[in-house]
Design a protein around this ligand. Structure first.
Ligand SMILES: [Zn+2]
Length: 52
């Protein structure tokens, strides 16, 4: 799974279908981030089984 965080933000996204999925100017990780926060929308999608 890929995690992305926009520069200047503390929120990590991990669903490519998140409305706020960063497409430019972001940091990327392939392991679960240990700092910052996980996006609420991404987490909601994941629990709904709708995380792409
Ligand atoms: Zn998100």
């Amino acid at each position: 799974m890929e995690y992305r965080k926009k520069h200047g933000s503390d929120t990590w996204h991990f669903c490519k279908n998140c409305a706020n999925w960063p497409t430019s100017g972001y940091d990327s990780k392939t392991t679960k981030p240990t700092s910052g926060e996980l996006c609420n929308q991404c987490q909601a999608k994941k629990s709904a089984g709708n995380c792409k």
